[in-house]
Design a protein around this ligand. Structure first.
Ligand SMILES: [Fe+2]
Length: 295
């Protein structure tokens, strides 16, 4: 296994000659360290079937099946499928997922520690992922803005981006919304999270799920404060030109591991409807987040 730093404005590390079937425990420990400290690890030239991909994910934590079964791969509930392919046997997964700034499962009681992303079929151009390092975004905040969020909390909900399922057709919208609120009630996390492994302070908000900020007593803070934080971190930049934003594009065989607590991401989809498919395995590690403000 060879781990190399990357050139140009590409972030993270790149790993060549990694074979999960023969990797040593030292190799896997090194990868885990790089995920937490470099945030992005690109394993090159991987050729894994579904069970091998899930087994690789399990080296970085406990794989979790996505709560909505319509995203599951037919051979493993642990593989989340983003796909626009029309198969004779029917659709697998959901097309064009994640086209908004988010951290996977931030709206859940146990947000994922690590996301393992494995494109299966790439369009000729325009498939990638935008990222923002929210620890860096926190450091770059105007000091007054940083001070104004000390000891505060943010509320998160999936409600704006839950996708209508085939089984929802002909159901009253109010009933569907009530079910969303019941299955995924809003979660409260510190606005500034201390990363449980690196100790970094992370601005833990995202445009997709965060809907309100409040003080320690639970009293609402002005909506403009959340907007200011989203803008300062780069999440409201429709041109993706903000200094905090970087992009990861993909080559066939790339398998990308990222720290889902420090990085937020947003899918970059091909503007046409070229065939595209990707698999994802998400895991919880042994370092749960604390609901208490530790900043
Ligand atoms: Fe995602």
């Amino acid at each position: 296994m060879k781990i190399g730093t990357r050139t140009g404005d590409r972030r993270g590390v790149e790993v060549h000659d990694f074979d999960p079937a023969t990797a040593s425990s030292d190799d896997l420990a090194a990868l885990r360290r790089h995920i937490y400290h470099d945030k992005i690890v690109v394993l090159k030239q991987q050729a894994l079937d579904v069970p091998a991909f899930v087994a690789l994910g399990a080296q970085f934590g406990k794989p979790v099946a996505y709560y909505e079964p319509m995203y599951h791969h037919p051979d493993s509930e642990f593989v989340f499928v983003s796909s626009n392919l029309d198969r004779e046997t029917g659709r697998v997964g959901v097309p064009k997922t994640g086209a908004f700034w988010h951290s996977d499962y931030q709206f859940m009681p146990e947000p994922f520690a690590v996301t393992c992303f494995y494109p299966q079929r790439l369009p000729s151009v325009g498939r990638g992922t935008y990222f923002i390092d929210m620890a860096q975004a926190y450091q770059r905040l105007d000091p007054r803005l940083r001070t104004s969020i000390e000891g505060t909390f943010a509320r998160h909900s999936s409600r704006r981006y839950v996708k209508i399922r085939p089984t929802d057709v002909f159901r009253p919208l109010g009933e569907v919304i009530a079910e969303v609120e019941r299955k995924t009630p809003p979660q409260r996390w510190p606005t500034v999270l201390v990363h449980p492994v690196t100790g970094e302070k992370v601005l833990y908000i995202c445009e997709a799920f965060t809907y309100a900020l409040e003080d320690a007593a639970g009293d609402a803070l002005p909506a403009t404060l959340l907007t200011d934080l989203l803008a300062a971190s780069g999440q409201l930049d429709a041109e993706f030109a903000h200094d905090n934003i970087f992009v990861q594009s993909y080559e066939p065989g790339d398998l990308v591991l990222w720290d889902n607590r420090t990085l937020i991401h947003r899918a970059l989809h091909n503007p046409g409807n070229e065939a595209t498919e990707s698999f994802r395995v998400t895991v919880l590690d042994e370092h749960p987040l604390t609901k208490e403000d530790a900043a």
